[in-house]
Structures are given as structure tokens and as C-alpha cells.
Design a protein around this ligand. Structure first.
Ligand SMILES: [Fe+2]
Ligand SMILES: [Fe+2]
Length: 214
């Protein structure tokens, strides 16, 4: 692991340790990830033209919707009905969360600017999903390892299995549909890493401002 990856891991560990020790912060963390799952769900549905919607993509969208719901239910259970929304105050850094996904989406879409619309939508969906799933597996696994609440660990295990399958499915499609997969992946991975670093910084800032005594 290089130095910046290591310091990112340390930062994420510290951030999660703070979050899981406080039910209110923990609910905001869960609702932030619920929101990201929800954006993913919405994006998958919109990225496909109906004529090309397959059972696999539909199942993927439904599972992201279910992840959004499951994480939100955990937030509500931890900290009450106030979390039954995506109001900014029920999350940690909703703007940064949305910016991470939308910027990643635009970055990937730009790769396929000259492709016909349906093809562009399909390939963008594959790359965005691939990059996000890799990151989600990393973050959710770290979170799971630091979680004292066994009930949440059990829920995360189901979610992680599905994320792992999404990753394998999209990677198989990318290898078969994009002859430039290797080069494109090498180009996009550091771009995603930079966006994630910004997101993590905003998450840390949001937590710092939450713990400043009023
Ligand atoms: Fe998900
Ligand atoms: Fe997924």
C-alpha cells in the first residue's frame, strides 16, 4: 500500500470509529450511504433505454433500491423517524456524496462521447458501476470490520454479497463489450480515486463540524 492509500485508510478507520460510537452520527452515516445507493438506483434506471433493459440490469437496480431502503431502515431504528427522509441534516455530507457520483458519471460518459446514445448509456453504466462497486466493497468492508453492532454486520453481509456479484457481472460485460477495457480502466481508476479523496475529506470536515460543542 502506498503512503497516500495508507493515510486514506487511517482516515477512514478513524472516521468510522467516531461514527459508530454515537447513534446519531451513526444514523447520519447510514443515511448518507442510503442516499448514495438511492442515487445509484435512480441512475441505473435512467441510464438504459427501455428496449435494452435486461433482467440483469433490472435486478441490479432493484438491489440498489433495496440497499438504500435497508440502510435507511437501520438509520431510523438507531435514531428515530426524523431519518425517514433525505433532508441534508439527516446525512453527513449530502452535497459531496452527490457530487462524487455525478462527477464520476460525467467523467465516464466523456469517454464515450462519440458513441451512439444507447451505446454511450450502456458503457457509462458499466464503468460507473464498476468503479463505485470497487469503492463500495472497500468502504463497507472497513465499516463492517469496525462495527460493534452485530445486527448491522449481518445486514451488511447480504449487501456485500450482492455488491460483489454486481462487480463481477459488470466486469464480465465490460471485458466482452469494450476492446479498450484495460487502458480505459487504467485511466479511470485514478480519476475515481481523486474524487473519493475529495469525498472523504468532506466527510471528515462534516464530522468535525458535528462534534464541535455548541
Ligand atoms: Fe448497493
Ligand atoms: Fe451494487
Amino acid at each position: 500500500m502506498n503512503e497516500s492509500l495508507m493515510s486514506e485508510q487511517v482516515q477512514l478507520d478513524a472516521l468510522i470509529a467516531t461514527v459508530v460510537a454515537d447513534p446519531h452520527l451513526h444514523a447520519r452515516w447510514l443515511n448518507t450511504f442510503s442516499f448514495m445507493e438511492y442515487i445509484g438506483f435512480r441512475k441505473i434506471v435512467k441510464s438504459q433505454q427501455a428496449e435494452h433493459m435486461t433482467a440483469q440490469i433490472l435486478a441490479h437496480a432493484m438491489e440498489e433500491g433495496r440497499h438504500a431502503l435497508g440502510l435507511k431502515k437501520l438509520a431510523i431504528k438507531l435514531a428515530g423517524p426524523a431519518f425517514d427522509s433525505y433532508e441534508p441534516e439527516t446525512m453527513l455530507c449530502s452535497e459531496a456524496a452527490e457530487a462524487y457520483i455525478q462527477t464520476l458519471d460525467r467523467t465516464c460518459e466523456a469517454q464515450f462521447a462519440s458513441a451512439p446514445e444507447a451505446e454511450r448509456g450502456r458503457l457509462t453504466y458499466l464503468y460507473v458501476t464498476w468503479l463505485i462497486e470497487k469503492r463500495a466493497l472497500d468502504v463497507y468492508n472497513t465499516y463492517k470490520a469496525l462495527l460493534p453492532q452485530q445486527e448491522i454486520v449481518a445486514k451488511l453481509e447480504g449487501l456485500l454479497l450482492e455488491e460483489g456479484r454486481h462487480l463481477a457481472d459488470v466486469e464480465a460485460s465490460m471485458r466482452s463489450k469494450d476492446p479498450d477495457f484495460t487502458e480505459r480502466a487504467a485511466l479511470l481508476l485514478p480519476r475515481e480515486a481523486a474524487l473519493y479523496e475529495t469525498f472523504l475529506g468532506e466527510l471528515a470536515d462534516a464530522l468535525r463540524s458535528c462534534s464541535v460543542p455548541a
